[in-house]
Design a protein around this ligand. Structure first.
Ligand code: SF4
Ligand code: SF4
Length: 188
């Protein structure tokens, strides 16, 4: 027979011995391997009750940040959208009105802010580009979904909880950045 590759192997067709036909030694060998694993430390964890620690450089789901008074930091400057190589970010800017100073930190804010998580490659460029420390990639990830539209994250999905109304949820969303509630040096 002519071989097309050099991976051809001749299969042995020698008849089975008496012990091989009994299958008992093979079953016993398999049982020993199975039982030996009972006493070994389990590499599996009970997710979602338990989670593995993330790497310090892990980049997960984006969070739109607030300041310590709960005001939205984003000024809808669009720098994150320009920096995004996947063109995953869209937004609409609006002017802050008199009496809204407690809601928005700057005179301009994002009335609409969307990230398409199906496009996002979690590169972190949006975080790097932001001059207001208004967006960062958190230590969590986008949950699975059966619908494409479920991956379009709006402002209501991305905004961090208000630290004044829900300090616990705010702290949890900040993750390891809780030590730096005013950001990590991006703000000018
Ligand atoms: S992480 Fe990268 S791909 Fe995702 S929204 Fe930010 S800049 Fe775009
Ligand atoms: S998140 Fe930052 S870079 Fe993006 S629009 Fe808001 S302020 Fe500008």
């Amino acid at each position: 027979m002519q071989a097309l590759t050099n991976r051809l192997k001749v299969v042995s067709r020698k008849p089975m011995t008496f012990w091989e036909r009994m299958y008992l030694p093979a079953i016993l060998k398999g049982m020993i391997i199975t039982f030996s694993h009972i006493f070994k430390k389990r590499p599996t964890i009970n997710y979602p009750e338990k989670t593995r620690p993330f790497s310090p450089v892990f980049r997960g789901l984006q969070i739109l940040n607030r300041d310590e008074e709960g005001r939205e930091k984003c000024t809808a400057c669009g720098l994150c959208a320009v920096a995004c190589p996947a063109e995953a970010i869209t937004m609409e800017a609006a002017e802050r009105k008199v009496g809204e100073e407690h809601l928005y930190k700057e005179e301009k804010y994002a009335a609409k802010y969307e990230i398409n998580m199906l496009r996002c490659i979690f590169c972190g460029f949006c975080e790097e580009a932001c001059p207001k420390d208004a967006i960062y990639l958190s230590e969590t990830f986008a949950p699975s979904n059966f619908q494409r539209k479920g991956f379009i994250y709006g402002k209501e999905d991305l905004l961090i909880p208000d630290p004044k109304k829900d300090p616990e949820a705010y702290k949890k969303a900040l993750g390891s950045r809780a030590k730096h509630p005013e950001g990590h040096g991006n703000e000018h």
